[in-house]
Design a protein around this ligand. Structure first.
Ligand code: PXP
Length: 245
């Protein structure tokens, strides 16, 4: 019998529901409502990135998500004292440590776990001691996996952003790098996850990497929801307007 890979979990990142909410400063659309809908639709977990500048998810969203969800919350966070405090206060199921620069539009590139070993060590330990499953968002690179092993991180998430933006042979080469990295991580007892820039058009080869246990997907799903849902919301508005006359 061929050995079938383990089930693949889907973590839905709801950051950009909050981006749309914050554009008007009110409370619609509610990222917690979106999270509950994601779970109803088959998400195994919810991912949210509390950025230093709070451009999308805010502290109170983390509190409400923790109270409302019956699936794991994966909190993406920079390796700072402020974020460590917040993670220790809310104790999400998992914390994914990401590099963060204020001026970037999204997380560009993986965490330099090898270069920042000393400063990451106490943060990874404090999170782990609190029972939070630590993940490091890294490039598919043996040096970074080695640092994750030495840091004792149980999970790494491989950055698929470069793969997502490449085409042809370059993409095939990046896919091979991701597959090799997932195998190397798994061989060393680390659970490999992957995410960033995944879409209907590019997800399948990543989902087919047998060791990958979880994909975290956000921006595309929220964008695509416009096409799945805009028609219905316009029809409902039209109906209510017509009904009022
Ligand atoms: N995984 C990590 C660690 C991320 O930082 C992000 C973006 O916040 C994602 C996954 C999801 O990426 P995207 O929004 O492009 O699907």
């Amino acid at each position: 019998m061929p050995h079938s890979p383990a089930p693949l979990r889907l973590g839905v990142n709801i950051d950009h529901v909050a981006t749309i909410r914050n554009a008007r400063g009110g409370d619609h659309p509610d990222p917690v409502k979106a999270a509950l809908l994601a779970v109803k639709a088959g998400a195994d977990g919810i991912t949210a990135h509390l950025r230093e500048d709070r451009r999308h998810i805010r502290d109170e969203d983390v509190a409400t998500l923790m109270a409302a969800l019956n699936v794991p919350l994966n909190l993406e966070m920079a390796a700072t004292a402020e974020m460590l405090d917040i993670a220790l206060r809310y104790k999400p199921h998992a914390a994914c440590i990401v590099p963060e620069k204020r001026e970037e539009r999204t997380t560009e590139g993986g965490l330099d776990a090898a270069g920042q070993f000393e400063s990451l060590q106490p943060i990874v330990k404090a999170l782990g001691d609190a029972g939070i499953r630590v993940s490091l968002f890294i490039e598919a690179d043996a040096r970074q996996i080695d640092a994750a092993i030495r840091l004792g991180a149980p999970v790494v998430e491989f950055h698929t952003g470069a793969y997502a933006h490449m085409h042809g042979e370059a993409r095939a080469a990046e896919l091979r790098k991701l597959a090799d990295a997932a195998a190397l991580a798994a061989k060393n007892g680390i659970e490999p996850h992957a995410g960033h820039g995944l879409t209907f058009d590019n997800v399948a080869p990543i989902a087919a990497i047998p060791q990958v246990a979880e994909l975290n997907i956000g921006h595309f799903l929220i964008g695509e929801a416009i096409f799945g849902g805009l028609e219905g919301s316009i029809r409902e508005m039209r109906r209510q307007m017509d009904l009022a006359r």
